[in-house]
Ligand binder design. Sequence first.
Ligand SMILES: C[S@@+](CC[C@H](N)C(=O)[O-])C[C@H]1O[C@@H](n2cnc3c(N)ncnc32)[C@H](O)[C@@H]1O
Length: 122
Amino acid sequence: MINQITRNLKTFLIFTIILYLCSNTYAGEERKYERPGHLFSPLKIPLLEDPERDTWQKPEKILHALEIGKGQVVADVGAGSGYLTVRLSERVGTTGTVYAVDVQQEMLNYISKRLRDTRLKM
Ligand SMILES: C[S@@+](CC[C@H](N)C(=O)[O-])C[C@H]1O[C@@H](n2cnc3c(N)ncnc32)[C@H](O)[C@@H]1O
């Protein structure tokens, strides 16, 4: 009887440890990657503003390929922290307009603050 209880207890402990390890591994993946249906958290704005991004994403090359130029009216849909909004604004110049669109008010607040700190006109 005591042997049976010890065996059940061992099985229960092993099962609990495996479950704990699995849930922690999954939580780590969640923090690393965005899941479909979940918005990019404003807490992760520093990732969008990583200076390394210019190196691998080459935003100027993208805007050049899109033929964005002076005087154009463009929309940055899903603008986030405004990483592209600022570059778009510089390209369209004072005669152009950029609409920064985002479903999260925190992102729009961040862009507003960012623009106040630059010479770009709101
Ligand atoms: C990963 S961030 C990218 C931000 C920015 N485009 C960049 O390259 O740095 C995606 C942004 O899109 C916004 N977003 C998601 N669905 C949207 C929608 N239907 N309309 C407008 N913005 C949306 C999110 O709130 C988030 O700020």
